[in-house]
Design a protein around this ligand. Sequence first.
Ligand SMILES: [Zn+2]
Length: 96
Amino acid sequence: MAIRDKYDLEELGNEMEEFVFQELEKQLDAISDDDICKCHDCVLDMICLSLNQLEPRYRVSLMGTLYAKVESQELEEKIKHVVADVLMKVSQNPGH
Ligand SMILES: [Zn+2]
């Protein structure tokens, strides 16, 4: 049985992705384009590295849309910290 063919896996979503997108957007907006590379490769690297350091938050969304909200101050701080750290690492050592 092919799970992929039998079930609609599009309804699966990782809320942590949304949290990281929002935080990265905020932090990148606060830095001038002259000070950091915001190209496609660097930003995708930042997203991957951040997500690999954070616990996934998978859920089923019947709406197909995720209205994600960070539920604790502690988690919010952790996401901020991870994203800031990754942002600096990638900008200092871009993959190109
Ligand atoms: Zn770049």
